[in-house]
Write a protein that binds this ligand. Structure first.
Ligand SMILES: *Cc1c(COP(=O)(O)O)cnc(C)c1O
Length: 494
């Protein structure tokens, strides 16, 4: 009983502390300094002394909490693509912590967790219009899009080499004999990843799975549209002898929000990949959610750009961004549960079942063995909001981004990137811009963030500094937030 009283008080005090906080994006510098100064130092007297739960809770609420940023609390934290946390998702996440389920084995007579997890994944297939659940027999929750990209490259690497093994060498897969021996056995002298403005985590993933940073080849259509993948260049690369390729499609480029392909190009890529034994991995961390938007004129351009992604072999989606569930939640979909199992199986015993409706034990299809029940906040969010509620939330984000892009386009002091002329229809949730005045542009991001009423990320575009604004919180109110953003940007210009 004492434990539940403590937890109850902790939550109620947390809510009070949050309610009395101004809805700022960044903490005050004094709060930051105080928190950092409070951290115990190795070697000091009292280091690792026990303070007890009550004193520790006091300390967390009064010293640490004020030093954390407001990314989940503010509708105008436009940095990175962070998402927020819907109240139902936070409540579900607290259940996850309270029960501390270890979702690694499918044990339906002992816990419903894997059944819930699989149900959430199936709902996501439907929400993102990716076909039917049977199209994605390989599916799992990950810690985020980076982990999903690692899985995509690992599955791709496994498949493109396996496809080149002669029947008598069929067992010399990467999973069995390692990448060096498998490549030798398959006559592969080079592995490459073909992309256009792949996310930085793709480069990390390339290193983790043993392909290396330099295996990534950028194949942009043009200097003006570097996010678009040059399909003809892909074809030339795929035709090279002794080279095996993974095509990594940026479905939502992180600076511009733009898409590497459209429906026609994805169809071409699919045919090319089939002909040349390549693997198509789509990084749709936030971009995949464009597919869930209403099928109306307003969003028809985004639908056209995000069409065809369902033709991929594997797809990365983030939960902790657009879906507004807490960290750490990523999703991985794969066409082939056998390839996925081959790579990630925790047992030496071969996985024998061909029943795609059966729920696979997460420890055999993902990076971790012990893992958090991160599916529950997703399940709860989808049940609570339904397709309609999610779509309404996503539409609001796009409308705010477009409102801001429109303001920047017609403003005197700012320039919309990557193109001032681009139609607003091409804006998803990211707005890239710069100040026309070089002096203001130099300090633009800092000046915006100093207002503490709005937060953006700095980036560079064509070698020049730029500000990048990403709308991803369920808290967005289009009229209210647009007015604040306009005020701030107008004030800076003056
Ligand atoms: C955020 C993001 C990632 C990395 O995702 P994490 O969830 O931070 O691991 C990968 N790709 C794209 C396109 C992203 O936006």
């Amino acid at each position: 009983m004492a434990d539940s009283r403590f937890i109850e008080q902790a939550y109620s005090r947390l809510r009070n502390a949050l309610a009395s906080r101004d809805d700022s994006t960044l903490p005050h510098s004094e709060s930051l300094a105080a928190a950092i100064a409070s951290i115990p130092q190795f070697g000091n007297v009292g280091y690792l002394a026990a303070h007890g739960p009550d004193a520790t809770l006091d300390y967390l609420l009064t010293t640490i909490l004020p030093a954390l940023n407001g990314q989940a609390l503010s509708s105008r934290y436009f940095g990175f693509v962070t998402g927020g946390t819907l109240p139902i998702a936070e409540a579900a996440d607290n259940i996850v912590s309270a029960l501390d389920q270890n979702v690694q084995m499918h044990l339906p007579n002992e816990t419903a967790s894997t059944v819930v997890e699989d149900a959430a994944l199936k709902m996501l297939v439907s929400l993102l219009d990716l076909g039917v659940p049977e199209d994605w027999p390989g599916r799992t929750f990950t810690t985020g899009a980076t982990a999903s990209n690692i899985m995509g490259l690992a599955c791709g690497r496994e498949a493109v080499i396996a496809m080149r093994l002669q029947p008598e060498n069929a067992r010399n897969t990467v999973a069995e004999v390692g990448i060096l021996a498998a490549c030798q056995s398959a006559g592969v002298r080079q592995l490459q990843i073909l992309t256009s403005m792949g996310h930085s985590s793709l480069t990390k993933a390339a290193s983790v799975v043993g392909l290396g940073h330099s295996s990534i080849k950028e194949l942009p259509v043009s200097k003006e549209e570097p996010w678009r993948l040059d399909i003809d260049a892909v074809e030339d690369e795929l035709a090279k002898d002794g080279v095996a390729s993974i095509i990594a499609v940026s479905a939502g480029e992180v600076n511009t929000g733009r898409f590497a392909t459209n429906a026609v190009e994805m169809r071409k890529l699919r045919n090319l990949a089939d002909r040349h034994k390549a693997w198509i991995h789509v990084d749709g961390a936030f971009g995949a959610f464009a597919r869930a938007l209403p099928k109306t004129e307003e969003f028809s351009y985004l639908h056209a750009q995000s069409a065809g992604l369902e033709l991929a072999d594997s797809i990365t989606v983030d939960g902790h961004k657009m879906l507004n569930v807490p960290y750490d939640t990523g999703i991985f979909f794969c066409r082939s549960s056998s390839i996925q199992t081959q790579v990630f199986s925790n047992l030496n015993a071969a996985y024998l079942s061909s029943q795609t409706t059966q729920i696979l034990s997460p420890l055999n299809i993902g990076i971790e063995n012990s893992r958090r029940f991160r599916a529950l906040p997703v399940y709860a969010t989808l049940l609570s909001e339904g397709r309609e509620g999610i779509v309404e939330m996503l539409s609001r984000m796009v409308r705010l981004a477009r409102g801001i892009a429109d303001f920047i386009k017609i403003s005197e002091g700012y320039e919309l990137l990557p193109s001032q002329e681009a139609s607003l229809d091409s804006t998803h949730i990211i707005v890239l811009f710069r100040a026309k005045h070089a002096k203001l542009n130099d300090v633009l991001v800092q000046k915006i963030n100093e207002t503490r009423c709005m937060y953006v990320s700095g980036t560079t575009w064509n070698g020049q500094k730029a500000a990048r604004l990403a709308v991803s919180s369920w808290r967005v109110d289009v009229m209210r937030d647009l007015a604040v953003v306009k005020d701030i940007l107008t004030g800076l210009k003056a």
